[in-house]
Design a protein around this ligand. Structure first.
Ligand code: NDP
Length: 511
């Protein structure tokens, strides 16, 4: 038998080993600012992805050319290369789609037993799972988000929404006992560019389960996964007209909102457009849910597990380049630990990799569009002009494409624009507080009320603080966790109504 040179002689191994001699460090090296571990590239291939040069609308079960004959280009924000042209929808296209949805509602879908509807919805979920890799790659190419996120968050959770709501389709009478729930009819659904397929799933799955038909308008810059979903819907043999997808710009969305045959509007997007839609629909009796912007506070108490909290900060603001409505974009940290938290955060930020979203090592991908890049850069300048101090990691970024290094501001006042307005990018503001009361007051001091986070070792403090923050979702000792069974939505200027869970069915039903 070979002698193991490292094996200790006798008992009391740890004591007798000469650790210094073996060059084993008893402590991991401290993370110093600027130290980065270099990883070999781990690129996902897109060779097998089949994209058409041109996509029409998906109306009445078929892809059709736009009535105007006009198309919009969609680009990869990481390379600025064109991916495809998609139809630019006008009010006639919207009309065709809405009338297809109306016919499908009257003739098939609303009359079909819930157990039959469930089979179709399950089938969509299964097909999404089967094509998960393809969907994740297209989401990353079209939107700029790291593949690591699209394949572990966007696509699996989108499929999970279809699975979850398929389960409710034949149980509506148990979900709403003694209330005789009926579908509302045709739902017009408008989604933004930050989680294109996931937002489509949030909207379509509960609507179908509740017996409604749908016209979806994807965002201008990220229409491709919705069009792939149209292919899946064809494969699932969903009756024609049950789901229709009209691509285009803001005016296309507006035509959908205004169409008299639409019974319900579900909108996710900016507060500005949400307010416009609410005004347009005033007095019309159409049902409306609005999932709008946010400026959520992530509160770190001195008794929190600080290393975990720092990971939570990274997750809350740098996930999806900060293009997240519920991003913890305002860090409130207790004064006694502020210095150490900021130091740890700086060290962690210096290890984040910004770059090719198709590389599985990438932490922060491309900003979704040139327009959004300009908006973030404007806020970076505004923050400095107002007197805040900017810190940005110094990592390299590619020459082409749209990029923002992970950033935070200190010396921030509650009145600064960067503290009050939604930046929708990888930019954090940091403020301190001394007491839980001060943290609560600062957390609530915005026009928004979408989400928040609390980090503390004390359960009682979690309940005390979370119960006084006016926000739809608050995470404790974690951040950005999503589950189809859990309702999501805002207060104040973050919107009205809930999506997800049992609550997410109610807006698609009349009683
Ligand atoms: P916008 O409000 O600009 O756009 C959202 C969608 O509405 C897009 O499909 C857009 O089309 C369409 N649209 C634009 N103008 C009109 C109009 N007048 N009538 C009808 N539809 C219209 O938001 P962004 O795309 O910039 O998305 C980012 C915003 O979305 C952020 O504020 C974010 O907080 C919010 N959001 C909220 C979530 C929530 O659940 N609360 C989740 C995700 C995002 P087009 O793209 O062609 O302009």
């Amino acid at each position: 038998m070979k002698k193991n040179k490292l094996a200790p002689k006798g008992s009391g191994a740890a004591k007798k080993l000469n650790i210094k001699k073996l060059n084993i460090k008893t402590k991991p090296p401290a993370l110093k600012k600027g130290i980065r571990i270099e990883y070999a590239p781990s690129l996902e291939s897109s060779d097998h992805i089949q994209l058409q040069k041109t996509y029409g609308h998906f109306i009445d079960g078929k892809f059709v050319e736009p009535r105007s004959g006009q198309y919009l280009a969609t680009h990869n924000p990481a390379t600025e290369e064109k991916l495809a042209d998609v139809a630019l929808g006008n009010s006639q296209d919207v009309h065709d789609a809405v009338m297809a949805a109306r016919r499908a509602s009257d003739k098939t879908w609303s009359r079909m037993p819930g157990s039959e509807r469930a089979k179709y919805i399950f089938r969509i979920a299964r097909l999404m799972q089967e094509r998960a890799r393809e969907l994740a790659i297209i989401e990353t190419l079209d939107g700029g988000k790291p593949l690591r996120e699209s394949r572990t968050v966007d696509i699996p959770i989108a499929a999970a929404h279809f699975f979850y709501y398929a389960g409710w389709a034949d149980k509506l009478e148990y979900a709403f006992p003694n209330r005789k729930a009926q579908p509302v009819g045709v739902a017009g659904q408008i989604v933004p560019w930050n989680f294109p397929l996931l937002m489509a799933a949030w909207k379509i799955a509960p609507a179908l389960a509740a017996g409604n038909t749908v016209v979806l308008k994807p965002a201008e810059t990220t229409p491709l996964t919705a069009l792939k979903l149209a292919e899946i819907i064809q494969m699932a043999d969903l009756p024609p007209g049950v789901v229709n997808i009209v691509t285009g710009a803001g005016a296309t969305g507006q035509a959908l909102v205004e169409h008299p045959e639409v019974n319900k509007i579900a909108f996710t997007g900016s507060t500005l457009v949400g307010k416009k839609i609410q005004k347009m629909l005033a007095g019309q009796g159409k049902k409306l849910t609005l999932e709008l912007g946010g400026k959520s506070a992530n509160i770190i108490f001195e008794d929190a597990a600080l290393d975990q909290a720092v990971e939570g900060i990274v997750d809350s603001i740098f996930f999806n380049q900060g293009h997240v409505c519920c991003a913890g974009s305002r860090l409130l940290v207790q004064e006694s630990v502020a210095k150490i938290v900021i130091r740890k955060l700086q060290a962690r930020m210096d290890t984040l990799i910004v770059g090719n979203p198709m590389d599985k090592n990438t932490d922060i991908g491309a900003i979704n569009s040139k327009m959004q890049l300009n908006k973030i850069e404007e806020y970076l300048q505004a923050g400095q002009d107002e007197g805040a101090t900017l810190y940005q990691s110094q990592c390299a970024v590619p020459n082409k494409g749209y990029w923002v290094r992970p950033s935070f501001f200190t010396d921030v006042a509650q009145s600064h624009r960067i503290t009050q307005e939604e930046i929708f990018g990888p930019v954090l503001t940091i403020q301190t507080f001394r007491t839980p009361e001060e943290a609560i007051e600062k957390a609530n001091n915005t026009p928004y009320g979408l989400a928040g986070g609390v980090w503390t070792d004390k359960g009682a403090k979690i309940f005390k603080v979370t119960s006084q923050i006016k926000a739809g979702v608050i995470w404790a000792n974690t951040y950005n966790r999503f589950d189809p069974t859990s309702p999501f939505g805002g207060y104040k200027e973050s919107g009205m109504g809930r999506e997800g869970g049992l609550h997410g069915l109610a807006p698609y039903l009349k009683f």
